[in-house]
Design a binder for this molecule. Structure first.
Ligand code: FES
Length: 122
């Protein structure tokens, strides 16, 4: 886990160099007191989502990554990192915008604001 640098633009948090995350792996950052997993696919695509699995809190940043999906290391449930959709409607991830700018990871983040979730708010 790691803490971010100062924000570089309103609504974003600079998480530092993209090289911090080896290709094909995830990395857990603490942002606003929350665990956020950032994933860097082998093709360079980036994804960000809540780190804790909605099933039983497995650390998704330690899961198996590929084709825009993450497989939880605890019970192998698979989640789509674009939509957050899991195998069951109640097993859904909150996802966040993430991009690389000049070699740094910029996470779309506003203090107190939730990311996108595939579960409609009740
Ligand atoms: S904790 Fe993730 S699948 Fe069970």
């Amino acid at each position: 886990m790691d803490s971010p640098r100062s924000a570089s633009a309103p609504g974003t948090v600079n998480l530092g160099s993209v090289e911090k995350i080896p290709k094909g792996q995830g990395f857990c950052f603490i942002v606003g007191g929350q665990e956020i997993a950032v994933f860097r696919q082998r093709d360079g695509k980036l994804f960000a989502a809540q780190n804790r699995c909605p099933h039983k809190n497995g650390p998704l940043s330690d899961g198996v990554l590929g084709a825009g999906k993450i497989i939880c290391p605890l019970h192998s449930k698979k989640f789509d990192l674009m939509t957050g959709q899991g195998p069951e409607p109640q097993h859904c991830l909150t996802t966040y915008p993430i991009q690389e700018v000049n070699g740094d990871l910029l996470l779309g983040w506003s203090a107190g604001a939730a990311g996108a979730s595939c579960v409609p708010a009740a």
